[in-house]
Design a binder for this molecule. Structure first.
Ligand SMILES: *Cc1c(COP(=O)(O)O)cnc(C)c1O
Length: 248
């Protein structure tokens, strides 16, 4: 390992420890179930060697936003064979001309917002692979964003997606508007609270076989993950908190 790589690994490890402490603190404070919160390392714009460093300290879930960049890194790392248990999550905007690559290279997709895309992912998932795990992205409290389905459409979409053969619906995801730190804590937490309520309501209305595997509330990023955990997040997606600021 070069000096630069070993420094990078030390930084990631330091950040990782701080994050795990913050996660534990917020879980305890709000006495949420003791299921551990899953930490998704968001590696967009970061190199394959940062991914290897994160893997070396024990991280297994990696999130990418851009298909071509991701497939390049995934293929490179698969060929190298030293990250065999890596789980790849697609979290970026979904275009229909990219679904085939996503269905082939990823284990999870968090950004499904239309039935058409879910159908394509199901059709294009190679038949010898396990089902692709999906989360529905919901546009909670973010008027500026055009991504995500309307909260009022989420149940109907979920009830369609569960019938697709090569995908498994695992939960909901949101990207709220950037945190307004001058607002009341309850206002800051509102989008996460709303997504958690929608999650519980959908889970209660799914047939029991599907309700059981509907277990993922993908919410919280570097600036707001503590708030999201306080509202019951089961998976936080962290980039800059783990790797430092992204360079473009
Ligand atoms: C980039 C990105 C993240 C990580 O953002 P940070 O603020 O760096 O933690 C999480 N989720 C999605 C969907 C992203 O695009």
């Amino acid at each position: 390992m070069s000096d630069i790589e070993s420094n990078m690994q030390k930084n990631i490890e330091h950040n990782f420890k701080k994050i795990m402490q913050a996660i534990e603190k917020h879980q305890l404070k709000n006495s949420i179930s003791n299921t551990p919160v899953r930490l998704l390392a968001v590696t967009k714009t970061h190199t394959s060697s940062s991914i290897e460093s994160a893997y070396a300290i024990g991280l297994r879930d990696f999130g990418e936003n851009y298909v071509n960049e991701a497939v390049e890194k995934i293929t490179f790392l698969n060929d190298k064979k030293n990250t065999p248990e890596a789980i790849w999550h697609f979290i970026g905007p979904l275009q229909s001309n990219k679904t085939r690559l996503i269905a082939k290279h990823f284990n999870w997709v968090h950004s499904v917002e239309r039935l058409k895309i879910a159908q394509r992912l199901s059709e294009q998932r190679p038949s010898n692979f396990p089902p692709l795990h999906l989360c529905l992205q919901v546009n909670i409290n973010n008027e500026d964003s055009k991504s995500g389905c309307a909260p009022s459409d989420a149940l109907a979409l979920a009830l369609e997606i569960i019938h697709l053969p090569r995908v498994q619906l695992r939960g909901l995801m949101c990207i709220p508007a950037p945190l307004d730190t001058s607002a009341e804590p309850s206002t800051q937490r509102a989008p996460f609270h709303e997504l958690a309520q929608l999650f519980n309501s959908i889970k209660a209305q799914l047939p029991s076989t599907h309700a059981q595997s509907f277990d993922t509330l993908s919410m919280g990023m570097s600036d707001d993950f503590e708030l999201a955990i306080a509202e019951g997040s089961t998976l936080v997606r962290l980039g800059s908190a783990l790797f430092g600021q992204r360079k473009f």
